[in-house]
Design a binder for this molecule. Structure first.
Ligand code: K1U
Ligand code: ZN
Length: 168
């Protein structure tokens, strides 16, 4: 396993639309293992492959608390097949927009379809932090960042802050 570099704004690669995965094979599992290790090291609770420069529709996640055993989750070619009308706000962060947090309103519950680490088809309901995180990560697959849900002023301020911190 290897740590990969996490791209940060305004890297244009983060705006690309990721391509569907054709086969869940050992090469893809090696990418997912690297992504998980990179996410744990950051630390974060989710990571999309495009954030490490690989534009494939792949997400890893672990929502376990620090005092709980690890619970790695893998989502290949995820699709949202249902969204609730009810929405809820959450103060989101992003490893590609470090040290910026702001509230985003998203559907409170979603139903997902995806392939797991073994390439099996799974359907799952998500709510709470799981629903927030999977929608945030699936936005990455379409080149959308959480700051794209904010006002233009807030988005530009966030990018400026990240660029300034990187240059320091
Ligand atoms: O960059 C990412 O997509 C990962 C991001 C996921 C996320 C967080 C909050 C709301 C929606 C999506 C992060 O993991 S940011 C870091 C973070 O939230 C965290 C880090 C350590 C412990 C707990 C949370
Ligand atoms: Zn993110």
């Amino acid at each position: 396993m290897a740590l990969r570099e996490i791209l940060t704004v305004p890297n244009p690669l983060l705006k690309q639309v990721s391509k569907p995965v054709e086969a869940v094979d050992d090469e893809l599992r090696a990418l997912m293992d690297d992504m998980l290790e990179t996410m744990y090291a950051a630390p974060g609770i989710g990571l999309a492959a495009v954030q490490v420069g690989v534009p494939k529709r792949v997400i890893v996640m672990d929502l376990a608390r620090q005092d709980e055993p690890k619970q790695p989750r893998y989502y290949v070619n995820p699709e949202i097949v249902w969204r609730s009308e009810e929405t809820s706000p959450y103060e989101e962060g992003c490893l590609s927009v470090p040290d910026i947090f702001d509230e985003v309103e998203r559907p409170a519950q979603v139903k997902l379809r995806y392939l797991n680490y073994q390439g099996e088809r799974v359907e799952e309901d998500a709510d709470g932090l799981f629903a927030v995180c999977i929608q945030h990560e699936m936005d990455h697959l379409d080149g959308v960042l959480f700051i794209d849900h904010l006002s233009r002023l807030k988005r530009e301020q966030a990018i400026k802050k990240v660029k300034k911190a990187k240059a320091a």
